[in-house]
Design a protein around this ligand. Structure first.
Ligand SMILES: Cc1cc2nc3c(=O)[nH]c(=O)nc-3n(C[C@H](O)[C@H](O)[C@H](O)COP(=O)(O)O)c2cc1C
Length: 338
């Protein structure tokens, strides 16, 4: 190839990269509420951010009496507005439970929070949607209980996890998928915003169609018994600094999901969603994934064969991965956080 053809090809690739970056930017700007709250999900996210902040404060070693009053007032206002606009639901129930816990804590330490308590009582009456399964505030945990439930050798568990690309001729049931997704719901998420969703397919033709948008399943896609698509809702992001948060929360959720299948004695293989905007748009249109949800990854799942092969996938030496107490540059600039 001539030098001018090389230059032209590089320029075209740069342009395509810019067009794809613009696609990501535009979708994040439209879905998130970095600039202005536009819809119910944005408002729900705000409730989660605020009630999480109250629960967080309550769980600190020594919560300050009356802490977070501005946020409490804001949460009261926003919960009322949300209930008027959309009616009570699980998010408002969690918000009200967190506020109940805040009032209870303050009364216990002798802080006068009658004004908040009165308003909360009124709101609690209006919001009939309170179920015993939705709790807020803090819960007391016992280290012994956690240790008893963590008796598994996690290192050994992880040593036996591999990406599995051969599966037994046995269906994956709805109950198996539900159990894994329920476990993945325990994944931490920024301010407990829980942005992830899983689209699951177990029917032959649907699986094949969804996999047709992904090239990394070539040679084994036909063996996959369930195809999952993991997404993260960008409507829950509200800061410029959160512009990549969906990828972090979504990636962590996807990993827990894969581990949940591993823990159930099944196999899973992540199927990358490293695609350009045209493929992203086509797949989302086929599956019905809205513009506000970023596709994190696909995943192939199935039951294990009696015997099967996986790549060795040797890991790097630990010193290439772990820097223990590296020397700090004390001359680096300091910053004032907001
Ligand atoms: C985000 C992500 C996307 C991946 N996409 C694919 C894929 O498209 N096809 C595939 O066969 N494996 C895929 N993998 C699996 C990796 O190849 C595999 O994790 C890696 O080689 C290490 O092997 P192990 O998982 O068996 O330890 C993906 C893994 C990740 C984390």
């Amino acid at each position: 190839m001539s030098r001018s053809t090389d230059l032209l090809s590089d320029a075209l690739t740069s342009l395509r990269l810019a067009a794809n970056a613009w696609y990501d930017y535009r979708r994040f700007a439209r879905a998130s509420f970095v600039v202005g709250q536009r819809n119910r999900e944005n408002q729900r996210a705000m409730l989660h951010i605020l009630f999480h902040s109250i629960e967080h404060g309550l769980s600190l070693p020594e919560p300050r009496p009356g802490f977070g009053r501005e946020k409490v007032d804001s949460l009261l206002r926003k919960t009322r507005a949300y209930i008027i606009a959309f009616g009570p639901d699980g998010s408002t129930a969690s918000a009200l439970s967190a506020l109940d816990a805040w009032v209870a804590f303050n009364r216990q330490v002798g802080e006068n929070v009658d004004a908040v308590a009165d308003e909360l009582e009124q709101l609690n009456k209006e919001a009939a949607f309170r179920t015993s399964s939705i709790v807020g505030g803090t819960e007391e945990l016992r280290a012994a209980d956690i240790k008893a439930a963590s008796t598994k050798d996690f290192g050994a568990f992880m040593q036996t996890r591999n990406s599995v690309r051969q599966f037994a001729d046995r269906p994956v049931t709805a109950a198996e998928i539900e159990a894994a997704v329920r476990a993945a719901q325990q994944t931490p998420s920024v301010c407990n915003r829980q942005t992830c969703r899983v689209y699951a397919f177990t029917e032959k033709d649907d699986k094949a169609r969804v996999l047709s948008y992904q090239s990394g399943n070539r040679g084994f896609g036909h063996e996959v018994r369930a195809v999952l698509v993991v997404t993260s809702n960008m409507e829950h992001m509200n800061l410029i600094g959160e512009r990549y948060q969906q990828w972090v929360d979504g990636g962590m959720f996807a990993m827990t999901l894969a581990l949940a299948f591993h823990a159930a004695g099944m196999g899973a293989c992540m199927l990358n969603w490293s695609v350009t905007k045209d493929v992203d748009e086509a797949m989302r249109s086929c599956v019905g994934i809205p513009d506000n949800e970023a596709v994190i990854t696909m995943m192939g799942v199935g039951h294990l064969k009696e015997m099967f092969k996986v790549p060795c996938s040797q890991r790097k030496p630990l010193d290439m991965v772990l820097s223990l107490n590296p020397a700090l540059n004390m001359n680096a600039p300091r910053v004032n956080l907001p």
